[in-house]
Design a protein around this ligand. Sequence first.
Ligand SMILES: [Zn+2]
Length: 93
Amino acid sequence: MDRKRFCKCGCGQEIKWKPYHKYYTPKYIFGHSNKGKKFTFTKKHKENIGKTGKGRVPWNKGKKGLQKHSIKTKEKISEKLTGRLHLKKQKRK
Ligand SMILES: [Zn+2]
């Protein structure tokens, strides 16, 4: 049970045993896993991200009014909804 594990990021620190390591033994000290991976975006990558963010169209854009419910349908829907609420109130104890 006393297997010593050292952080693989190269910091040389020992990973202290925690109960949950029974199920999963981390290779790194918490927060060290990204160290030295050079997790940086290239300039191009960043530009691409910016583009996708700017060009995004909301899913509901232009969709207003596409759902054509007649007044009758609306009434039916609201009837159903109120019926549900009613049932909820009638919960037996
Ligand atoms: Zn480390």
